[in-house]
Design a binder for this molecule. Structure first.
Ligand code: GLP
Length: 261
């Protein structure tokens, strides 16, 4: 696990954008795992700018989103379909038939989830998975207690997560209880993980994920087992890390052949 601490979320997002761009330039038909929430918004803006200014090409890229609320129409303002459309897909030259977001209106949820998982496998697996972190340490919508080897399936949100995400809904009671999410096993199967976390609100979950024991009680901690996981933090999110000075020294003193990444 590589921990990269930058003063601001903007600077950390720039590193993330460079990593994604590097991936796409190395493999134009990369499979990206995508996240929603406020955390990756800046990253998506930067990628959109790289597309328009530097011609970063998304035409052969395939995407799989982590999760979606069950029962929300894709056009609902708080749906992750809508989020991705507005924050990313309309701003890059991605091919519509290569975009995958769990269908919150699927009739047979277990069969749908199996097919989603198979879709990832058939696409060759996820090359680079972008992740945010819930304030309770969740990844995707894998709440504390999720099986560490889980695959795409239905999950029930905790009240804390429902409250955290209520800001996207007009009425708190409207926040769905059920979601479809890639599993922790699905996330761990990706070749590289980029976890982004910003702000004081995430500091505890970051400390537990990076320096605490690996436990299903903190899903983010499972990334300690991933062989290529990078954790990109702003100073506030890193504020409870005991080895912050070490991580910063490592990042600033990388050998030249490594420094770009
Ligand atoms: C939701 C998403 C997660 C995301 C989390 C954090 O629960 N399902 O993928 O990481 O929110 O959201 P934010 O980035 O807004 O703090």
């Amino acid at each position: 696990m590589e921990v990269i601490i930058l003063p601001t979320a903007e600077e950390a997002s720039e590193v993330a954008a460079r990593l994604v761009a590097h991936q796409l330039r190395a493999k134009s038909d990369s499979v990206l795992g995508l996240a929603t929430g406020s955390t990756p918004c800046k990253l998506y803006q930067l990628l959109a700018r790289m597309h328009s200014v530097d011609h970063l090409d998304f035409s052969r890229v395939t995407t799989f989103n982590l999760d979606e609320y069950i029962g929300l129409d894709p056009a609902h303002p708080a749906s992750y379909h809508r989020f991705m459309e507005e924050n990313f897909f309309t701003h890059v030259n991605i091919s519509r038939d290569r975009i995958h977001i769990p269908d919150g209106l699927a009739r047979d949820v277990p069969a749908y989830c199996d097919a989603y998982e198979k879709g990832i496998y058939d696409a060759g697996g996820i090359d680079l998975q972008i992740l945010g972190l819930g304030s309770d340490g969740h990844l995707g919508f894998n709440e504390p207690g999720s099986s560490l080897s889980s695959h795409t399936r239905i999950k029930t949100l905790t009240e804390r997560t429902r409250n955290d995400n209520a800001r996207y809904f007009t009425d708190d009671r409207e926040v769905p209880h059920h979601v479809i999410t890639m599993g922790l096993g699905t996330i761990m199967n990706s070749r590289m993980c980029l976890l982004l976390a910003f702000g004081k609100r995430k500091a505890q979950a970051v400390a537990e994920s990076v320096e605490g024991p690996v436990t299903a009680s903190v899903p983010g901690s499972l990334l300690q087992f991933h062989s290529r996981a990078k954790v990109l933090l702003d100073a506030e999110a890193a504020s409870l890390l005991t080895r912050a000075d070490y991580y910063q020294w490592v990042y600033k003193n990388k050998p030249p052949w490594q420094s770009d990444l």
